[in-house]
Design a protein around this ligand. Structure first.
Ligand SMILES: Cc1ncc(C[n+]2csc(CCOP(=O)(O)OP(=O)(O)O)c2C)c(N)n1
Length: 138
């Protein structure tokens, strides 16, 4: 990190998919954040699945059987979701602040609060519920 930059305007932040978050050993990440007092902002985009393989399949076989299959049929569904932010809270305790956004309005308010908290030395995890691409789910 460039330490010559104004520390008030620099935070460590990551935007990750729900699958990326789940497979990144979040219990270790947030325990370490707490143990060494390392503030991090994480935004989790929860689209209820590992959707990239569906997109790849669609590009190759746009009208094939798979294009009508559900994420569950394809074994790429993460529905029902775990409490993503709760996993971080359980590991990081008081260091970790959590928020959930279901609308863009929620997100605008939640991300503002999260950034302020990270600047003050806390770790923040914000789960954003976003639409998936499963053709069988409205
Ligand atoms: C430790 C580990 N486990 C599994 C994988 C295989 N993998 C790659 S991306 C991914 C899930 C990504 O899902 P998400 O972040 O929700 O992205 P989306 O495809 O929905 O955009 C998985 C399971 C991996 N790369 N590393």
């Amino acid at each position: 990190m460039d330490e010559s930059r104004d520390s008030d305007s620099v935070i460590v932040a990551q935007i990750v998919g729900d699958g990326t978050y789940l497979f990144s050993a979040p219990s270790s990440v947030y325990w370490l954040s707490s143990r060494y007092r390392i503030p991090i902002l994480t935004v989790i985009l929860n689209n209820k699945g590992w959707n990239a393989p569906w997109v790849s399949m669609q590009l190759v076989h746009p009208t094939g059987e798979g294009s009508r299959a559900s994420n569950r049929d394809l074994h790429i569904s993460f529905d029902p979701s775990p409490d993503y932010a709760g996993i971080a809270k359980a590991a990081g305790g008081d260091m970790v602040w959590t928020g959930v956004a279901e609308t863009t309005g929620d997100f605008a308010a939640t991300i503002k609060e999260a950034i302020q908290l990270v600047k003050s030395g806390r770790t923040a995890v914000v789960e954003c519920k976003i639409p998936g691409i499963d053709p069988t789910v409205g």
